[in-house]
Write a protein that binds this ligand. Structure first.
Ligand SMILES: Cc1cc2nc3c(=O)[nH]c(=O)nc-3n(C[C@H](O)[C@H](O)[C@H](O)COP(=O)(O)OP(=O)(O)OC[C@H]3O[C@@H](n4cnc5c(N)ncnc54)[C@H](O)[C@@H]3O)c2cc1C
Length: 414
């Protein structure tokens, strides 16, 4: 059977490894950390995944935590007014529920499953020289090492990367003890809170090592008041600052956070990165080719919560392309075509995410405002998180936005 080497055991690498393994491929997976190190390590993401991405996991039978993880049935948007009241507040209903399973739980569990099923697991932080040595021994080498150093093998695609610097400072806290949103205590939702010119707070439930928890995730405009977490080493200090900023900018979220405590000492994260699209094929010093996967080739800012979704979609598309290739060589042409297939989905995510990082134009403000009165608009916006291609139909272009709102209200656009 064909031999495949996968570097990096995250959402995309593990999903691909388990998928290829189930189809009889001989898979070697190289991870820079053991399952236990991942499980007891720092949180990495908020990893909210929507229906289509979750379905790819179900299709492989690796949705091991589905019955335990909270079902996220809605997605809400609140916009803060200058006096810290709410100018906008609504929740859209998702057609299929979303879920977040702490990557520490999921990646550790999937890695153990891969090894139990006979997969070759190598614990080693791969360098380019390792890839150069190993790649010739495999039919295909996939690099799914996230935003780590190996991305240097893949050139930046400037035409698809409008930003060359981070657009948000990120800070995350996993907590127990958060109350429900009083507007909809009967169901869970991702709550997106926008503070114009300052940043965003996302709140969502997750399943972590210690059961159900909620995540408080600030995205701060660099240099602004939310860009204050870098250098904080003490997790309790990190949480205290998270709450202080909640109280100042989003008192309605603070009100349900007064009793929270961190899930664990590794339940906080701070960082930033520039959203970047890269050329998918890496050339090794001795001439061999490797194919980049998910974040390696398309890393968007998490403002739209799409990276894990995209990683799942990328793994599903690559799996199909590998299987369809049969015994033919995995050459440069095939690699480019395989990435192009994924880009059909990823281009919409990239366009929408980069748009959300910029100040919203008037027609976008109109849509977000109208969703407060028009439930179909709220629902459509919410379901766009599952299928970002739909934003092409009503979000980017002012004429399409006006025409859509007119079609919902029955009033002519104007
Ligand atoms: C704060 C934050 C919040 C987010 N929230 C969401 C969200 O709500 N929804 C969503 O869909 N996405 C979200 N994302 C994005 C999402 O987490 C990532 O896009 C996704 O995990 C990417 O998957 P991946 O497989 O490409 O890489 P990763 O999940 O990053 O996995 C890469 C793996 O490779 C390993 N590795 C790195 N270098 C090497 C090496 N040299 N050798 C061996 N192994 C190596 C790493 O340790 C890691 O385990 C968020 C990201 C951040 C930072």
């Amino acid at each position: 059977m064909r031999k495949i080497l996968i570097i990096g055991a995250g959402q995309s690498g593990l999903q691909l490894a388990l998928g290829l393994q189930s189809k009889g491929y001989e898979v070697t997976l190289m991870s820079n950390r053991t399952a236990d190190e991942i499980r007891s390590g720092r949180v990495m993401s908020t990893q909210c995944m929507f229906h289509t991405a979750l379905q790819h996991e179900r299709d492989l039978g690796i949705n091991f935590w589905e019955s335990q993880a909270p079902r996220i049935e809605g997605l809400g948007v609140s916009v803060a007014a200058p006096d810290a009241s709410r100018a906008v507040d609504w929740v859209g209903k998702l057609d299929g529920y979303a879920q977040s399973v702490d990557q520490r739980v999921k990646m550790a569990g999937w890695m153990e499953t891969f090894a139990q099923r006979g997969g070759q697991l190598v614990i080693h932080g791969a360098a380019v020289s390792d890839l150069d040595f190993f790649a010739s021994r495999y039919d295909l080498t996939l690099v799914s090492a996230g935003k780590g150093e190996l991305v240097s093998m893949f050139g930046r695609d400037a035409s698809r990367s409008p930003y060359d610097a981070p657009q948000r400072a990120l800070s995350v806290a996993y907590v127990h003890g958060m109350g429900p949103r009083p507007e909809h205590p009967e169901f869970d939702a991702v709550r997106c809170n926008l503070v114009p010119g300052v940043g965003e707070l996302f709140v969502m439930p997750t399943l972590t090592n210690t059961g159900r928890a909620d995540i408080l995730f600030w995205e701060g405009v660099p240099g602004g008041p939310l860009d204050a977490f870098q250098g904080i080493k003490d997790p309790n200090e990190h949480l205290a600052l998270t709450l202080e900023l909640l109280k100042r900018f989003l008192p309605w979220e603070y009100d349900r956070s007064t009793k929270v405590e961190l899930t664990d000492a590794n339940g906080t994260l701070a960082g930033r990165y520039a959203p970047t699209v890269r050329n998918p094929i890496g050339r090794l010093p001795s001439g061999g080719l490797v194919l980049g996967v998910a974040d390696v080739v398309v890393a968007n800012d998490p403002i739209t919560g799409q990276g894990s979704n995209s990683a799942s979609k990328c793994a599903a598309a690559y799996l199909a392309s590998i299987v369809e290739r049969g015994d033919q060589p995995f050459d440069a042409e095939w690699m480019q075509a395989t990435f192009d297939r994924y880009w059909q989905t990823a281009q919409h995510v990239t366009k929408w995410t980069n748009a959300m990082l910029a100040p919203p134009p008037e027609h976008v403000l109109n849509i977000i405002g109208a969703a407060g009165q028009l439930q179909p608009v709220a629902d459509r916006f919410a379901n766009g998180f599952n299928n970002p291609a739909d934003f092409e139909n009503f979000f980017f272009d002012p004429d399409k936005a006006n025409a859509y709102l007119a079609s919902v209200t029955g009033q002519p656009a104007g």
